[in-house]
Design a binder for this molecule. Structure first.
Ligand SMILES: *[C@@H]1O[C@H](CO)[C@@H](O)[C@H](O)[C@H]1NC(C)=O
Ligand SMILES: *[C@@H]1O[C@H](CO)[C@@H](O)[C@H](O)[C@H]1NC(C)=O
Ligand SMILES: *[C@@H]1O[C@H](CO)[C@@H](O)[C@H](O)[C@H]1NC(C)=O
Ligand SMILES: *[C@@H]1O[C@H](CO)[C@@H](O)[C@H](O)[C@H]1NC(C)=O
Length: 518
């Protein structure tokens, strides 16, 4: 009977003392780790004969004992014979796994020749701190590690771009019928190698106990791996989604989408994709496993070019924030849910204020957009689409003019905005970066001028209440925060990804709870 091997979550422990490492084992156990790695080389004082029993006796979880030498990126600088003696003692004292560097394997094999207990598995490891070699070189390395006598292969490289990680997934694919294998890429571009391990059949993946306690660069926390990404639920069938951006580490989208997938029972995982080149990324990660993408700055325009089909409104805007891989033919279809998210939030804000007469409450309204970048375009086209009379105000007048001309609106310079009041009850949508840190005292429009607006929207959501929104509220306008747009664009993405209604309450709760620690 074929039971699927599961990928273990291993807590990498880098405590400076034996006592702290013992404590950390308990924490790792409480956090749901399956295995712990004891990095002996991080102990400031270590006496194998006395300390190994302290570490191994009564341990709450299976352990990997690793004593990484300086020449393989570790902290141990002593002599090789004592190091290998300590590892051999750990093996005899009951360690479940021992990690031996490929280069040390010839000597270590000789040492354990007549004395290798069955319960102990040898992980033979190789680390590359500069780069990820070609697929061919990785395959040779993989074979070399197997023939060195490994029970488990461990290959760690450094990802210089996210496409490097694909080579490691290939190694995991060929390892499946041969030998349990760990294949990971360090660095921020390597994150998905750590998160998609269970999908590609890796033997284990490492997590840290807390941020700042990583044993290698790019390692996520154990708590995020379980609670945010739900790695314990990921298997070979799980569909992969994620957000393409640069930077992308701060994005809240993974928290929201993963929680939503779990709520409705959708077998998916949503990860951050740190992408330098969208075209290369989409070419490499274009298997049916990769089912949908969110797209953020700076890739919203280029990503559109990579799609096979693009929704007409998104095409007019010239930017997308969503790509769906169509199930029947694998084609990539682009959408812009930022636009719909913002416009529907504004419409609902207006509906709360005036009696609904059917149709969009934006019909015939004066709609002023500040900023002519991606978000400005989305708001302007969205408003135009609903029949509003659109004005674009921008620091650079020529950009305002060209956007206004492209959609049949009118342009203003930012200086003109304070005196602009053709009618009362206008709508203002702020998408400029004016007022962003460090220029926090700047604002696109004087407070007095806000009296002519009945609704003011701000595209940013951190802070939730910008100076603009505060002042608009004081002037009696309805205010709509970028948070509302963010939630709605995510809900629409969720529906495009899964074909299901988005679990709104969970998504809102996740957004609120992740915002509180920013
Ligand atoms: C992805 O694959 C689909 C189906 O084979 C193809 O239509 C599409 O052009 C590919 N896209 C990219 C960016 O490689
Ligand atoms: C704009 O607001 C000011 C201040 O409330 C008001 O005096 C003025 O009449 C308004 N302009 C229009 C066109 O309604
Ligand atoms: C809109 O204006 C406010 C001024 O208070 C600013 O802080 C905020 O960052 C602006 N919005 C955007 C999208 O940058
Ligand atoms: C802050 O203002 C300065 C001077 O106008 C400008 O050069 C800079 O780009 C602004 N910063 C942001 C984040 O908008």
């Amino acid at each position: 009977m074929a039971t699927e091997k599961r990928c273990y979550l291993c807590a990498a422990l880098v405590a400076p003392s034996v006592q702290e490492m013992r404590e950390q084992m308990k924490v790792a156990y409480a956090q749901g780790a399956d295995i712990v790695e004891l990095r002996l080389d991080h102990l400031s004082q270590f006496e194998p004969a006395a300390d190994l029993p302290l570490l191994l006796n009564g341990r709450p979880l299976p352990v990997i004992v690793t004593y990484r030498p300086f020449w393989e990126g570790g902290k141990y600088k002593g002599d090789e014979a004592s190091r290998l003696d300590a590892l051999h003692s750990a093996m005899l004292l009951g360690a479940d796994f021992i990690d031996i560097e490929l280069k040390a394997m010839p000597v270590f094999s000789a040492k354990m020749q007549d004395n290798k207990p069955n319960y102990c598995k040898v992980i033979v490891s190789n680390h590359n701190f500069e780069t990820t070699p070609s697929a061919d070189i990785l395959v040779s390395l993989f074979k070399e590690i197997i023939s060195s006598g490994a029970d488990i292969v461990k290959i760690v490289t450094t990802a210089e771009s996210i496409t490097d990680v694909w080579k490691l997934f290939q190694i995991l694919a060929i390892s499946q019928l041969q030998v349990p294998t760990i294949a990971l890429a360090m660095g921020e571009h390597g994150l998905i190698s750590r998160l998609l391990c269970p999908k590609y059949g890796g033997f284990l993946t490492f997590g840290s106990l807390a941020s700042g306690k990583e044993s290698a660069s790019g390692q996520p926390t154990l708590s995020d791996m379980r609670n945010a990404y739900g790695l314990q639920h990921v298997n070979k069938q799980t569909k992969v989604y994620g957000i393409i951006g640069k930077p992308v580490g701060h994005s809240k989208s993974p928290f929201i989408h993963n929680a939503a997938f779990r709520k409705v029972g959708h077998d998916g995982i949503y990860v951050p994709f740190l992408v330098d080149n969208v075209k290369d990324f989409l070419n490499v990660y274009n298997t049916s496993d990769f089912a949908g993408f969110s797209v953020t700055i700076p890739h919203k325009e280029t990503a559109l070019e990579c799609c096979d089909e693009v929704d007409p409104l998104a095409k007019a805007i010239g930017a997308i924030n969503t790509i769906v891989k169509r199930r029947n033919d694998g084609k990539l279809i682009g959408y812009n849910t930022d636009c719909e998210g913002a416009i529907s939030a504004i419409e609902d804000g207006l509906r709360g204020m005036i009696s609904s007469t059917g149709g969009s409450p934006l019909m015939g309204r004066y709609f002023v957009v500040t900023g002519a970048g991606g978000a400005g375009k989305a708001l302007a086209y969205g408003a135009k689409d609903r029949g509003a009379k659109v004005f674009i105000a921008n620091r650079n007048y020529d950009r305002a003019k060209s956007l206004a001309d492209s959609l049949g609106g009118e342009a203003l310079s930012l200086d003109q905005l304070n005196a602009f009041c053709p009618v009362n009850g206008m709508i203002l949508a702020n998408t400029t970066s004016l007022g962003m840190h460090p220029n926090i005292s700047e604002t696109p429009i004087a407070k007095d001028a806000l009296r002519n607006y009945s609704l003011v929207f701000d595209a940013v959501y951190t802070p939730r209440y910008t100076r603009l929104l505060r002042e608009a509220e004081e002037c009696g306008a309805i205010v709509v925060s970028g948070l509302e747009m963010f939630i709605r664009q995510a809900m629409m993405q969720f529906s495009l990804f899964t074909g299901l209604n988005a679990p709104e309450q969970v998504m809102r709760e996740k957004m609120a709870s992740t915002s509180s620690y920013l």
